[in-house]
Structure formats: C-alpha cells, structure tokens
Design a protein around this ligand. Structure first.
Ligand code: HEC
Length: 366
C-alpha cells in the first residue's frame, strides 16, 4: 500500500518533469525524498519500524554507516534500484524503479545516498577490483577465500589454502592464512599437513577515485614440517606493497611487490617477488548483472644470493560471480612457468571467495 503511494508520487513527479522535457530537473535529494525516504528514512538510517510496516531484513542498510556502504560499488546499488532487491538476492520489499526512474535519475539518487556517509578516508567500493589468484589486492576486505593448487604435470601435489580477511577502522585489515599441503615425492608415498601459518596486517596508504596503494607486513610461522616438504621450518617476515588502478571501461591493473625475509638465512634464502594482474570486467544484463573478469597475471620471484635465477610465470585466468548478490565468486587459472622451467611445474589453480560482510554464505542466491 505504502509502496504504491511512494511509487505513484514518484511516477507523477517524474511524469511532470518529463512532460516538461527536463527529467533531469529532479535532484537526487528530491528523488530520495519522494521515492525512498518512506522506507530508508529522510536521514538514510531507515524509517522507524512502526511507520514502514514491514520487518526489516538483517541486511537493511543504514546509509550513514560508512563501513557498511563504502565497500559497495555504485553498480551494485544501481542494480538494486533499477531491478529491485531480488536482482541481487535481497528482499523484494526493495522495489524496482526501472519504470519510474531514468538512468540519469538513478545516477543522481545514488550520488545523494552516497552523501549520507560523512566519514572521510574510506576507499570506495570501485577500488575493490576483481581478485587475482596470486597478486594480492590493495583493497581491505571482509572475506574468506579457499584456494586450491594442483600440479598439472610432474610429481603430484595438492595445496589448499584458506585465508580469512577482516577489516577494521577505515583503512586496515587483518589477515590469517593457513595452507594445507599434500605431496607425493615418490610413488606410493603421500605427505600431508599444515604448511606455514601466516598472520598479516594491511593498511591503505593512498586511495583516490581510481587508484589505491596499500602496505602489508606479515609473519609466517614455521608450523609445517620441512622434512615432509611443508614449509621451510623458519619464521619468515613478509612485507609488500600492493597497488590497484582502475582504467576506463572496467579495465584494471594490480601490482604487488615485496620480500620474504626468513630470520635464519642459512636455512631459507631471502627472496623478492613481483606480481601483476591485468584484466577487464564484463557485466551481463545491461552492465548490472553477473560479472566476468578475465585476467592475465605475470609473476616473478628471485632468491637473493649468488647465482640465483628469476622464476617468471604467466597465468591466464578468470573470475566470475556465482551468487546473485555477487558475494560468492569463483576464479580459475593455469600457472605456466615461463623462464627457468626445469623442475618447475604447471599448476591448475582455483578459488572460492565469500565476501561475508555482504551476507551469509547461503543467502543472496535467488
Ligand atoms: C518499500 C520500501 C523501500 C523503498 C520505497 C525503497 N527501498 Fe531501498 N531497500 C528496502 C529494503 C527493505 C532494503 C533491504 C533489502 C535487503 O537487505 O534484503 C533496501 C535496500 C536498498 C539498497 C541496498 C542494497 C545493498 O547493497 O545493501 C539500496 C542502495 C537502496 N535500497 C536504495 C533505494 C533507493 C535509492 C530508493 C528510492 C529510489 C529505495 N531504495 C526505495 C526498502 C525500500
């Protein structure tokens, strides 16, 4: 009933505006107040339960809460506004405005809604580029990723790594990684177990509209058994910088460079690494639907020591969103040694990613 009233009010206003040939007359504020405030509240925090007359879902947004709104990119919001809540696996109470608002009006109301977050320094959701398999991104995340690596030739081996990432404050993130390896160095003999556990801290140093730079420090603990090929047995400090650049047409570049510094260099060498990913995203459904992101990674490591060689790999890969909400994604690629190839294997790598800030794992699929 109430929804009908808002929509009618809005339709009337936009009809008037359009009949004057100036649909653009309506500002974001006017659109919001006519079509959205009844549910979302004039202050963006959500209208009181007593006036809206429906039970608000857990994910009902408070637009003044920057930690909740800034990780969302504008495409996600436009999709929900144009096609309604169910287009992203949200409640159908959030109506579709496809008939009532022009793309320009949707643009204007999104810009207005963005204004409810008064905090400064929050990197915008657009900088959360599609995750590459090896190149770590600069954007701080709330997510769990399980990556599996299979040797595609040579001695069989499987590694699965689970990573938990959690944001805190405007620009920080803590990360815990636990790799589990299974190796078969000789036929009939499998070794398996926990490799080196890592705990890292990331901080965004710079974030503009189109680029983001972060630094991370990490301690990698000697939890694995080196006799069975599980880690080096030496505590290692890792440090790196990660950079992300968004170009026009959803093309992007990500670069990560850093060093692994074991405390005992007689047991494990120091090494430096460089990783980069270049890709482009394609969205179905007029630019607002399922997102496909093909990428190519160029990955190098070099031990610091005399006679050390550079190991370069290339990895063609893609990422695709699999849940409607786009909070569950899948990525797969083939890592191919490009230089110094003796004894280095091709590897099939794939991951499943869950952005838990956006909803429960099984929520948001239909
Ligand atoms: C009839 C009530 C109602 C109206 C009118 C309404 N919304 Fe919503 N909106 C909701 C509800 C409920 C949700 C939460 C859905 C959920 O979490 O499942 C929501 C969610 C959203 C989201 C959040 C999506 C996310 O990623 O978390 C955005 C953005 C949004 N609305 C914008 C708008 C705008 C802009 C308008 C006006 C043009 C509007 N809404 C009008 C009820 C409404």
């Amino acid at each position: 009933m109430r929804i009908a009233i808002f929509l009618t009010a809005l339709a009337l206003r936009s009809a008037t505006a359009q009949s004057q040939g100036t649909a653009g007359l309506i500002t974001g504020k006017e659109i919001f107040e006519a079509g959205c405030a009844g549910c979302h509240g004039g202050d963006g925090k959500g209208a009181p339960q007593s006036t809206i007359g429906f039970e608000t879902p857990d994910t009902f947004p408070d637009f003044t809460n920057c930690s909740q709104t800034t990780p969302e990119d504008n495409l996600a919001w436009k999709s929900v506004i144009r096609d309604g809540g169910p287009s992203r696996g949200f409640s159908q109470i959030m109506p579709s405005f496809s008939g009532a608002l022009t793309p320009a009006q949707i643009e204007a109301v999104v810009a207005y809604v963005r204004g409810f977050c008064k905090g400064r320094g929050w990197p915008r959701g657009e900088l959360n580029l599609p995750r590459a398999i090896a190149t770590e991104k600069a954007f701080p995340e709330d997510e769990v990723v399980i990556t599996t690596t299979l040797n595609a030739n040579g001695a069989p081996g499987v590694t699965s790594e689970i990573i938990h990432e959690q944001r805190f404050g405007t620009r920080n993130q803590i990360e815990i990684s636990a790799p589990v390896d299974f190796q078969r160095p000789a036929p009939g003999r499998w070794y398996g177990g926990l490799d080196q556990l890592g705990i890292g801290l990331k901080r965004v140093l710079l974030a503009s509209d189109n680029s983001i730079l972060s630094a991370q420090g990490e301690v990698i603990l000697p939890t694995g058994n080196p006799a069975h090929g599980l880690g080096t047995g030496v505590t290692t400090f890792e440090t790196f910088a990660a950079f992300g650049q968004l170009f026009p047409h959803y093309t992007f570049l990500q670069i990560q460079g850093g060093a692994d510094l074991p405390v005992d260099t007689s047991r494990a060498p120091q090494s430096v690494f460089f990783r980069s990913a270049f890709g482009k995203s394609f969205a179905q459904n007029g630019g607002l639907g399922r997102l496909w992101s093909p990428m190519i990674e160029w990955l190098g490591t070099r031990d610091l020591g005399t006679g050390a060689k550079n190991d370069w790999d290339v990895m063609p890969e893609f990422q695709v969103t699999i849940s409607k909400r786009q909070h569950v994604r899948f990525g797969a690629g083939l890592r191919i040694p490009a230089t110094n190839t003796t004894g280095r294997q091709k590897q099939v790598m794939f991951y499943l990613l869950w952005d838990w800030q956006d909803g429960k794992l099984l929520e948001g699929w239909k």
